[in-house]
Design a protein around this ligand. Structure first.
Ligand SMILES: Cc1cc2nc3c(=O)[nH]c(=O)nc-3n(C[C@H](O)[C@H](O)[C@H](O)COP(=O)(O)OP(=O)(O)OC[C@H]3O[C@@H](n4cnc5c(N)ncnc54)[C@H](O)[C@@H]3O)c2cc1C
Length: 451
């Protein structure tokens, strides 16, 4: 715990993470600045660990597309007149009419380019290449008075208002914790790890998972080596289709967030389980057909590149020399089976921790629910103890309190950013402005300050 006397620059608010959620928040302030609204007066600094904005670069694969409507971009649901919309992006690139003729969703490459295009216009207050390592409490007269945001390089800034837009964490089953490395990795490292093999891509693989990242990993590996052998391991009977129906997809609408947030703790958990099973861990019909056809055609040709392993529970993975021996059990018959692979891809998705690890040092000042998780109000503000004068908001880490649509999705990003910005404005306005405010509002990004 540090004392208030330790000098560091103070900001009205500090936002950690400048992925899509952080960018959407910055767009709110930039729109306000252009319209000379009071919201724009605050001195806000963003810290982003990456050197530049990229949207899930490790799975930026050819042939992949987005799974939300392009109207659900970084701004349109909040302000269709904002100049940071996907439509404005298309217009600026001269692709408005051709995009319309495509009659399909935007590719992931195009969406990533759109996110980068917006980012470059609203990143004047972003300090890139800056990983936040800790948030320390500064206590004065028994009260948590300020937050000290400490970066990995040891520099610090202080604030009373914090927004966490740090995204979800890769889910890595405990079985693999000691094996992680160049040959056992999560899809969040997919292209980097494949690239590191160069011309020596291993032949025998296991891909764990039944969702989109699993099918994409399988298809990419098949492209990269002709004599490859992939064990595709599933708890059910292979890849499931994602839920495309209009009715269940209404969970991604704003009214459902109100509904979900109004539920009791246990009901929220039940609702989340139900909505996850209807919307997560599924693949598109065309991908499903592609994978099934591939296995079928391989059989005709006497090839065996993709071996499906259905109803499997993996209960042991042991390194034996340069290979991994995988032992599985059939969920229903109990029959044990084993095979050997040279490398493993964990397409096991992402998770949100009930208690955010980055807030660990603040734990005594945070109020908890019965699972030890954060209590988050409808405006995404984290509930704190009475002796805490700092205010914290989560921007994209509220799956347990706001439901599936409000966490790992673009659907409500723009509306959520607006809600957080307004609540932040109120919180800051209730407190005195920091003395260094005017000086620190100067852009940190010389490249883009005038964009
Ligand atoms: C491959 C893939 C495809 C997807 N496709 C879709 C889709 O088509 N449609 C959809 O709605 N959703 C999709 N999603 C869900 C995805 O979560 C959202 O699209 C979106 O990326 C969420 O944005 P975010 O800013 O909350 O999180 P992230 O995109 O994860 O961004 C978080 C940012 O915070 C930074 N950060 C984290 N910790 C720190 C720290 N300590 N200090 C400083 N910076 C930090 C990270 O570097 C990152 O830039 C996809 C997810 C994946 C993995």
């Amino acid at each position: 715990m540090s004392s208030p006397s330790q000098a560091s620059i103070e900001f009205d608010a500090i936002c950690i993470g400048f992925g899509p959620a952080g960018i959407a928040l910055s767009c709110v302030f930039e729109d306000a600045r252009e319209q000379a609204q009071p919201l724009a007066r605050h001195a806000i600094r963003f810290f982003e660990s990456a050197a530049l904005t990229q949207w899930h670069p490790e799975l930026l694969l050819a042939g992949t597309d987005i799974n939300h409507h392009v109207f659900r971009d970084l701004v349109t649901p909040r302000n269709p007149r904002s100049r940071f919309s996907f439509a404005m992006y298309l217009k600026s690139q001269g692709r408005m009419f051709d995009f319309g003729l495509l009659g399909r969703p935007a590719s992931r490459a195009e969406w990533s380019d759109y996110v980068g295009w917006v980012s470059r216009q609203v990143d004047a207050q972003v300090q890139f290449d800056t990983q936040v390592a800790d948030i320390e409490p500064q206590v004065r007269a028994g009260r948590l008075d300020h937050l000290r945001v400490v970066t990995a390089s040891g520099t610090a800034a202080t604030t009373r208002h914090l927004v966490l837009s740090t995204g979800s964490a890769p889910r890595i089953p405990a079985l693999y914790h000691d094996l992680l490395g160049p040959r056992v990795f999560h899809t969040s490292q997919f292209l980097t790890r494949l690239g590191a093999f160069g011309a020596n891509l291993p032949r025998r693989w296991m891909v764990v998972g039944s969702g989109q990242s699993a099918s994409e990993s399988v298809l990419e590996l098949l492209e990269r080596r002709d004599d490859i052998l992939i064990h595709s391991v599933h708890r059910s009977l292979g890849f499931r289709l994602t839920q495309l129906g209009q009715f269940p997809n209404q969970v991604f609408s704003p009214s459902h967030v109100d509904y979900f947030h109004g539920l009791a703790h246990d009901a929220r958990r039940q609702f989340l389980d139900w909505s996850k099973s209807t919307n997560y861990a599924g693949i598109d019909p065309d991908e499903s057909l592609k994978l099934f056809s591939l296995i079928y055609e391989d059989r005709l040709a006497g090839r065996d590149r993709l071996r499906m392993q259905p109803y499997r529970v993996i209960h042991r993975v042991a390194q034996e020399g340069s290979a991994y021996r995988v032992v599985t059990t059939d969920k229903f018959t109990g029959q044990e089976d084993a095979f050997e692979v040279d490398a493993i891809v964990l397409a096991t998705g992402y998770q949100q921790y009930p208690a955010v690890p980055l807030l660990a040092s603040l734990q005594p000042w945070l109020r908890e629910d019965s699972d030890g998780g954060l209590l988050i109000d409808r405006d995404y503000q984290v509930a704190v103890q009475e002796n805490c004068d700092a205010r914290l908001f989560v921007n994209g880490l509220s799956e347990r309190s706001h439901g599936i649509s409000d966490s790992q999705s673009f659907s409500l990003m723009a509306l959520r950013a607006e809600r957080i910005a307004l609540a932040l404005d109120q919180a800051i306005s209730r407190q005195a402005r920091p003395t260094a405010g005017d000086a620190i509002a100067a852009p940190v990004n010389a490249n883009t300050a005038t964009a």
